[in-house]
Design a protein around this ligand. Structure first.
Ligand code: AHR
Length: 502
C-alpha cells in the first residue's frame, strides 16, 4: 500500500461548479420516451401518462437539465410533428435508429414532464434535414411571449406562458458520417452561424451550443472544432464534445478512461483558445460535454421499423460504475471549462434508470456515482494537488487514485462541508490517501461511503436490484487537520467533512 498525500487548500479554487454539470439526456430512441418516462396505463402513470416511479428517481438523482429530443434522432426530426392534437400527429420513419416514431410526445409534453421531474430543458434544433428558419420557429414557439403565429400556436396548444428554455444545441454530431444530412466543417459552421443569428435575434437571453467533435476518435478531430469555431465564434456560447468508453478487454485500460477524457477536454479547450486568439476575441467559449457515459457500442443489435424497441439497453456492472465515477471526477476537475455535461442517457437507453414495460424500475450501478457527484459535488472545486504512483495503460501513465475535492460552502448554521471523491483503479492493492486540511482548520469526518466488492461483473437486476450499492463505512471520530484514509482496491469512495465557517 502506498501513501499518497494531498493538500486540500481552501485558496486553491479551480472553479465554481455550474449546476448544469449534472445534466442528462432523453432522446426519442428505443424505450427512453415510450415505456421509459411515458407509459399510459402503467400502474404509476399520472394523468398525462408519465411514470411517477421514474420521475421519483430522476428527482433523486438531482438532474439539472435534460437535453431533448436527440441525439442522432434530431437530424431527421420535424418538431412540428410533435405538437397539436395527438390524433393528428403523423407516425414517421426514424432513419437514425430504423424505428417508427409515433410522435405521442413532443416538446409541449416534454416541458410538462420536465416540470414534474424538477429538471430544466436543454433543447436541440435539427441541423440535418432542418433549416435555420425552422430552428427559429421552434424557438419562437417555445420562448416568445405571444402575438405571433408560432407563439400563439403554443398558447392554443395549452401553454399560455413561454417556456423560457435557455440552453439550445445547434444540431447534433454533425461531423459524423452517420448523421442524417451530415455536413463538412465549413458547411456546418456557416449553417450554424446563420442559425445562431436568427435564434439570438428572436431571444438574446439564450445560450447556444455548437457541435464539436462527436468523439476524440474522429479523424477530423480537432480540425473540425477549429473550423466550426472560426465560422461561429462570436455568435455562440459553448462548444460540445461527446465521448463514450467501453471495456475492450483490458480492465486496467478501461479503468483509466478518466485520463483520456481529461486529455480530450484539455485539448478541446486549447483548440477553442486558439480560435479565440485568431479572432483577437475577449470572449471565452466554454465546453458542453453533452454526451458522456460507458456504452458498449460493439454490442449493438439491429432493429427494423418497430415503435420503441429495446435499443442500447446496456446493463451496467460494478466495474462500469467505477469507470463512470472516474469520468465524473474528470468533469469536476475541469469545471473551469466544462459548464454543461449530460449523462447520456437517463432512462433505459444506456441509462442509470431502467424500467420494465408494465413493471418496475431499477437503479443501475451507474446510478450511484452520478447521484454522489450531483448531490455532493456542488460548490467550489479545489485544485487537485496530488502526486500518486501510476499504472501503465493504453492512455499512458494513469494515477492509481483519481481525486476531486469540492468545498460545498458554509450553510445557514455556520458549518461548512467538504466532499472528497476518490477512485482507486488499482485492482489488487489498497492505497492510503493522506488528506491535509490545514487551511480549513480542524475538520470532522461526517460521512464515508464505498462502492466496491469482490465481483466486478455484478449487476443489478429486477430480481436482485441491490447487488451493486454503496455501503457506509465507519467514520473516524474527533476533529483533526489531517486524515489518513485507506482506499480499497478497485473502489469508488465518497468522504465528507465539516468545518467551522468563519
Ligand atoms: O446517445 C446515443 C447516441 O450517441 C446519440 O444519439 C448520438 O448523438 C451519439 O452518437
Amino acid at each position: 500500500m502506498s501513501k499518497i498525500s494531498m493538500v486540500v487548500e481552501k485558496q486553491f479554487a479551480l472553479a465554481e461548479v455550474d449546476d448544469r454539470l449534472f445534466s442528462s439526456f432523453i432522446e426519442h430512441l428505443g424505450r427512453a420516451v415510450y415505456s421509459g418516462i411515458y407509459e399510459p396505463g402503467h400502474p404509476t402513470a399520472d394523468g398525462q401518462g408519465f411514470r411517477k416511479d421514474v420521475i421519483e428517481l430522476v428527482r433523486d438523482l438531482g438532474v439539472c437539465l435534460v437535453r431533448y429530443p436527440g441525439g442522432n434522432f434530431l437530424s431527421g426530426y420535424d418538431w412540428t410533428d410533435g405538437i397539436g392534437p395527438r390524433a393528428d400527429r403523423p407516425r414517421r420513419l426514424d432513419l437514425a435508429w430504423r424505428t417508427i416514431e409515433p410522435n405521442e410526445i413532443g416538446i409541449d409534453e416534454f416541458v410538462d414532464w420536465a416540470k414534474k421531474a424538477n429538471v430544466g430543458v436543454m433543447a436541440a434544433v435539427n441541423m440535418g434535414t432542418g433549416t435555420p428558419k425552422e430552428a427559429g420557429e421552434m424557438l419562437e414557439y417555445c420562448n416568445f411571449r405571444g402575438g405571433t403565429y408560432w407563439s400563439d400556436l403554443r398558447k392554443k396548444n395549452g401553454h399560455a406562458e413561454p417556456y423560457g428554455i435557455k440552453t439550445w444545441c445547434v444540431g447534433n454530431e454533425m461531423d459524423g458520417p452517420w448523421q442524417i444530412c451530415h455536413l463538412d466543417a465549413a458547411d456546418y459552421g456557416k449553417k450554424a452561424r446563420e442559425t445562431a443569428k436568427i435564434m439570438k435575434w428572436i431571444d438574446d437571453k439564450i445560450d447556444l451550443v455548437v457541435c464539436g467533435s462527436a468523439t476524440s476518435l474522429m479523424a477530423t478531430y480537432p480540425e473540425w472544432d477549429r473550423v466550426v469555431l472560426e465560422h461561429t465564434y462570436e455568435h455562440i456560447d459553448y462548444l460540445s464534445l461527446h465521448r463514450y468508453y467501453e471495456n475492450l478487454g483490458n480492465d486496467a485500460d478501461f479503468l483509466a478512461s478518466f485520463v483520456d477524457m481529461d486529455r480530450f477536454i484539455k485539448s478541446v479547450a486549447s483548440t477553442v483558445d486558439y480560435v479565440k486568439s485568431l479572432k483577437r476575441s475577449t470572449k471565452t467559449v466554454n465546453l458542453s460535454f453533452d454526451e458522456w457515459n460507458v456504452w458498449y457500442q460493439q454490442k449493438q443489435t439491429r432493429f427494423d421499423w418497430e415503435v420503441a424497441p429495446p435499443i442500447l439497453e446496456d446493463q451496467y456492472s460494478l466495474l462500469d460504475a467505477l469507470v463512470f465515477g472516474g469520468m465524473g471526477i474528470t468533469l469536476l476537475n475541469n469545471a473551469d471549462r466544462v459548464k454543461v455535461a449530460c449523462l447520456a442517457q437517463l432512462v433505459n437507453v444506456i441509462a442509470p434508470i431502467f424500467t420494465k414495460k408494465g413493471g418496475g424500475v431499477i437503479k443501475q450501478s451507474t446510478y450511484y456515482p452520478f447521484r454522489d457527484i450531483s448531490k455532493y459535488g456542488r460548490g467550489t472545486v479545489l485544485k487537485p494537488v496530488i502526486a500518486a504512483p501510476t499504472i501503465e495503460t493504453c492512455y499512458g501513465d494513469a494515477p492509481v487514485l483519481a481525486v476531486s475535492v469540492v468545498d460545498n460552502g458554509v450553510g445557514a448554521n455556520g458549518t461548512g462541508d467538504i466532499s472528497v471523491f476518490c477512485l482507486n483503479i488499482d485492482q489488487g492493492k489498497s492505497h492510503q490517501l493522506d488528506l491535509d486540511f490545514r487551511s480549513f482548520g480542524k475538520v470532522k469526518m461526517t460521512m464515508r461511503q464505498e462502492l466496491s466488492g469482490p465481483d466486478q461483473d455484478l449487476k443489478n437486476t429486477f430480481e436482485s436490484p441491490e447487488r451493486v450499492v454503496p455501503v457506509a463505512k465507519a467514520v473516524a471520530g474527533g476533529e483533526a487537520e489531517s486524515f489518513a484514509l485507506e482506499m480499497s482496491p478497485r473502489s469508488w469512495n465518497v468522504i465528507r467533512f465539516s468545518y467551522a465557517g468563519k
